[in-house]
Design a protein around this ligand. Sequence first.
Ligand code: CP
Ligand code: NVA
Length: 309
Amino acid sequence: MVRHFLKDTDLTPEEQTHVLDAAQRMKEDPYAHKPLAGPQTVAVFFDKTSTRTRVSFATGIADLGGSPLIIGAGESQLGHKESVTDTAKVLSRMVSAIVWRTFDHAGLEEMAQNSTVPVINALSDDYHPCQILADLQTAREQLGELTGKTLVYLGDAANNMAHSYLLGGATAGMHIRISGPEGYLPRPDIVEEARVRANETGGTITITTDACAALEDADVVITDTWVSMGQEDEKEARQKIFTPYQVNAEAMKLAANHAIFLHCLPAYRGYEVTADVIDGDQSYVWDEAENRLHAQKALMNFLLTESTA
Ligand code: CP
Ligand code: NVA
């Protein structure tokens, strides 16, 4: 059966640990694994802009012995001249995996349903699961065992990152606290799915509008842009709504002394995070960005190995 990675719970807790262990090994020995030797091609589609995802997939596919084929918005027939289903069927005959950054998550589901090769979500409006693997790898490097640690996310609690922290953090057995303003809280069905996963792993899920309460004794403090790709028209309104959820020095003081700060980047200093925090001693955002490469290589290796014809 072909394995896909569309959202964080597509890996079981055991599989997630296995991928994170492999990511660390790949970081230590980057060119030892060649599951894409041939070179086999991986198609990487971008309907939205990207720096980290684009470079980490291109580099990672090459490191694994393969050839990355990057296809930008409007450069293929996908979406406007040809259906997702037909695209999936054609690509399955030519490439070893499909990576796609897009808007509507349903498109990724349709791609996966019609593909005989692994499909990987490189960010949709609903989830960003590759980013969470990199974040978990970074947290593990700094804090050790993830089980029982508290991860706090402040800001736009209805966006793709908040949703993926819920599902990916619950899978890791962490205590996940998501805090944002009323009207910008996570989708109830995703919260429910996270609770089910947390019940299996010993994690917990807290959703609150009270940022100060959420931050208490946090091991990991995270935020993300208040204006995700596709929401540019709402920029001014959003900047006002989310101001109480800024991660600044005062917010970091409420967390544990050893707390680390993460941000998927790109970051907007002075909005969701202040410069002293993101550029300060508690910030591990550059390790986090680097870990995109290692975590995605481990993920691709896992999906290619686990998928059977
Ligand atoms: N964090 C992240 O996905 O960055 P890019 O948008 O640059 O890919
Ligand atoms: N929430 C952000 C993440 C960017 C990596 C967005 O979707 O634009």
